[in-house]
Design a protein around this ligand. Structure first.
Ligand SMILES: Cc1cc2nc3c(=O)[nH]c(=O)nc-3n(C[C@H](O)[C@H](O)[C@H](O)COP(=O)(O)OP(=O)(O)OC[C@H]3O[C@@H](n4cnc5c(N)ncnc54)[C@H](O)[C@@H]3O)c2cc1C
Length: 420
């Protein structure tokens, strides 16, 4: 029976990186993936464009990662954004920077990122077996001996000197990330912190969002209110969907929303549709529009201020007849419009769950992992990387960087394991 120096479970972002770094030392490496192809999640990431990483300095990265960002100090000092971009460039992948320091491939194709990484793995002669689900881990005296895999119904046992678990979280289970790693690690004595979907679209009460379905706002200021108290705000892009709200700023605020919602608090989202104008400036602007267009209907004049789809909704909420001409709009009605434009409110009624969550918050307790090596403090020849660990980032390329950096360090440490 062939025995590998390192077996890696899961060919996502962290697993592929772990395999590449493990192979740097000429170790015999086997990468196992339960799906019929590698990196399914990466292929759909960033709306098919893959936001690879971010240009932010490490100090900024730490602010975007929860709950213990400094756990990543060694992983980041060993392999950070420049290193992943250099690695990709070695296969000719060119990248570009977009808003908020987000890095994407110039081609806008996530598949190009995956292909570049797989080409590197191929150059390093890493053996990859697909459709291979790791079902169990065989250990003795706190040391892993072998794994049990199921390849299309055929069971096999493969021996290994080291094991790296890179099975991802529970979010977007259709991509293969169904939380297997938590069960495998728990059996080996690890504890899993509270698991929750994170960066997830929010469901809202009523049919307001449904009426605005498909509308995307590029420059909105969105606040979250818990029990009538404003707790956080984000500026940027958001979208309306048939069930509620989504898009980058909503996903970022979803963590606070879910925590508060789970505690049965009243959660509301308020959208400032005119963040560049304070109340007074907005009032002046409205007054000017109404004065200059006295004979025109309000529904037409509001086009100077708002996307067309919003107009009937705003007029319905303010109970103003859309055919009313501007010189008949009273001061009270103008005030109503101003208030709604600065504070379009939605009551949160839930979230879209793991099925649509970008990441899972919670995971293997970082207190049980040596941050210098990614090695388990419980089982000597076991390593962890990626979303499986209790770490999650905000949108902007932070989650892939967590996966790349922890994957690289885990692979490197496992290949040096006999020197430790
Ligand atoms: C829609 C969407 C868009 C995203 N966009 C971005 C983005 O643009 N930028 C960003 O930074 N992050 C993004 N993310 C988050 C990012 O994709 C994840 O954080 C990242 O993929 C985690 O990498 P990972 O290797 O830990 O896990 P995964 O990518 O989930 O990979 C885990 C792999 O393990 C395999 N596996 C699981 N169990 C077993 C088993 N028992 N045996 C064998 N194989 C197994 C799975 O099939 C899977 O291939 C996005 C996520 C989603 C859902």
């Amino acid at each position: 029976m062939k025995k590998y120096k390192i077996i890696i479970v899961g060919a996502g972002a962290s697993g592929i990186l772990a395999s590449i770094s493990a192979a740097e030392n000429n170790a015999s490496v086997l990468l196992l993936e339960k799906m019929s192809r590698e990196a399914r999640k990466m292929l759909i990431s960033g709306k098919g464009r893959c936001n690879i990483t971010n240009t932010a300095y490490k100090s900024e990265f730490y602010k975007k990662i929860h709950p213990k960002p400094k756990f990543l100090k060694h992983a980041f000092s060993n392999f950070f954004s420049a290193e992943i971009l250099n690695l990709l460039e070695s296969k000719g992948l060119k990248t570009k920077e977009e808003r908020g320091g987000r890095i994407f491939p110039v081609s806008d194709k996530a598949a190009d990122v995956v292909n570049a990484l797989l080409q590197i793995a191929n150059d390093k002669k890493i053996k990859i077996i697909k459709d291979a689900k790791v079902e169990d881990i065989i250990s003795e005296d706190k040391k892993i001996k072998a794994i049990k895999i199921n390849i299309k119904g055929k069971h096999e046992i493969i021996e290994t000197e080291n094991l790296i678990l890179c099975t991802g979280g529970k979010s977007y289970p259709a991509t293969g990330s169904t939380g297997d790693g938590y069960i495998l690690a728990e059996k080996l004595g690890h504890t899993i912190t509270d698991l929750k979907p994170a960066l997830v679209p929010l469901k809202t009460e009523g049919n307001l969002a449904e009426k605005l379905q498909g509308l995307s706002l590029k420059n909105s200021n969105v606040s979250i209110w818990i029990n009538n108290k404003k707790v956080s705000s984000e500026f940027g892009e958001m979208m309306f969907a048939h069930y509620g709200l989504t898009g980058p700023v909503i996903l970022t605020l979803s963590k606070i929303a879910i925590d508060a919602f789970d505690k049965k608090n009243n959660v509301e989202i308020s959208i400032d549709l005119k963040p560049a104008l304070d109340e007074q400036k907005l009032d002046n602007r409205l007054q000017r529009e109404l004065n200059e267009n006295g004979k025109k209907q309000i529904r037409n004049v509001l086009k100077n201020l708002l996307p067309t789809k919003l107009i009937p909704v705003i007029l319905e909420l303010t109970e103003i007849d859309q055919y009313k001409v501007c010189n008949q709009i009273s001061g009270k009605e103008r005030k109503k419009i101003r208030i709604i434009l600065k504070n379009l409110r939605f009551k949160v009624s839930g979230h879209r769950g793991y099925k649509e969550a970008i990441v899972t918050s919670g995971g293997i307790n970082t207190n049980e992992i040596d941050s210098k090596t990614m090695m388990s403090k419980i089982v000597k020849n076991l390593f962890f990387a990626g979303e499986l660990i209790d770490l999650d980032g905000e949108t902007g390329g932070y989650n892939f960087q967590i996966a790349f950096s922890t994957g690289w360090l885990a692979g490197q440490s496992a290949s040096n394991s006999d020197k430790n």
